[in-house]
Design a protein around this ligand. Structure first.
Ligand code: FES
Ligand code: FE2
Length: 362
């Protein structure tokens, strides 16, 4: 790619990107796994929907819509019995699939079902899929896909801008020099892993811009490893470091109302066995924390004040435009209802116009 200051096309207004009324169907973090013991039920509100999560004696986390289908009591007041949840109010009971299995004042339960949401656990976090059936695996660090790992929680914080805006920071090539005082040029190759995941990998030939890069130069072959994988536009995993030691940070985000974001960082390492392995893993997790804090400290003030509007993208912003386009191709749901997002009249007109323009250009 030619890295001059040439302007690149950005005529379409995105529908999914940075739009607080929508989110991409996918896995979103709910609560840390250690905060839900066997026999506990907790309430959580994600993406505008009130939910309850409980853990039965089989240790599996189960997520339901929060309100009882009898009279609307909040099920977080209920009681876990075995692998089932009993409502506090009139004691109706629901199994792990959400089916009503007991109504104490009736001989037989009614054939009704609470909405249950696919739930999984990974990297010490409980995740909820926002559609009927998970279409993708739980988010993971690509390099560690088939490896055992250890993880630790980093910072938990809020921003005044949408998760999409926070996430693009990790592929914002210019700011590595201007904000972080690192390399002055960085070029990414992009690869879509599937509809919901896109990977950006640094392919800049080695350069020795700064003292830090000079110091670690003997420890990598061609390009310094730096890659970012995005899931559902709400989770980013960054992998970086010299060839002998890769650090992995996951930025697990969820949109809040009014286009704000709640963020939990997770540090992840390939698991080594035994006591020495555990000690080494702890040391690497600690180093990852230091690196993460170094970057976040410089970036955080941007996230509190920015009013994102990419009016003038230039060639070095190409990865950001690619990320936005990747988001636009994904299934979007509406905030609160979790129903497929519908286009507004203006969007339909624009889509038709673009469609005809594409046809005419063919
Ligand atoms: S409201 Fe839940 S059992 Fe009546
Ligand atoms: Fe940054």
């Amino acid at each position: 790619m030619n890295l001059n200051s040439q302007n690149i096309n950005s005529s379409r207004k995105p529908k999914n990107f940075n739009n607080p009324e929508r989110f991409i169907e996918g896995w979103y973090w709910a609560i840390p796994a250690h905060e839900l013991s066997v026999g506990e039920v907790k309430s959580v509100n994600i993406l505008g929907r009130e939910l309850v999560i409980f853990r039965g004696k089989d240790r599996k986390a189960v997520t339901f819509d929060a309100y009882c289908p009898h009279m609307g009591a909040h099920l977080a007041e209920g009681k876990v019995e075995g692998n089932e949840l009993r409502c506090f109010f009139h004691h109706w009971k629901f199994d792990g699939g959400g089916f009503c299995v007991d109504i104490p004042c009736l001989d037989k339960p009614l054939p009704i079902k609470l909405k249950a949401w696919p739930t999984g656990e990974k990297y010490g976090m409980i995740w909820v899929w926002t559609g009927e059936v998970p279409l993708q695996p739980l988010p993971f660090v690509p390099e560690l896909e088939h490896k055992e790992s250890r993880s630790a929680f980093g910072s938990h914080f809020f921003t005044n801008c949408h998760p999409h805006v926070v996430l693009i920071n990790t592929i914002d090539a210019q700011h590595f020099n201007t904000v972080h005082k690192l390399v002055s040029t960085i070029v990414f190759a992009r690869e879509e892993l599937h509809q919901n995941a896109i990977n950006f990998t640094n392919i800049t030939p080695s350069c020795e811009d700064t003292l830090l890069i000079k110091l670690i130069r003997p420890f990598y072959k061609n390009s310094l490893t730096y890659s970012v994988c995005y899931w559902y536009g709400s989770i980013g995993t960054a992998t970086f470091g010299p060839d002998f030691l890769h650090f992995h940070i996951m930025f697990a985000m969820r949109p809040l109302a009014e286009g704000k974001a709640e963020i939990q960082t997770l540090f992840i390492v390939k698991r080594y066995k035994g006591m020495n392995g555990w000690l080494y893993n702890q040391f690497v997790l600690w180093l990852t924390k230091i690196a993460s804090e170094y970057f976040l400290k410089a970036d955080i003030k941007i996230f509190q004040k920015i009013k994102f509007d990419l009016k003038t993208p230039i060639n070095v912003d190409q990865s950001i435009v690619q990320f936005i386009n990747h988001l636009e191709r994904q299934n979007a749901l509406s905030w609160g209802t979790w129903q497929p997002a519908r286009s507004t009249r203006d969007e339909e007109v624009r889509e038709n116009r673009d469609k005809w323009r594409d046809v005419l250009n063919d």
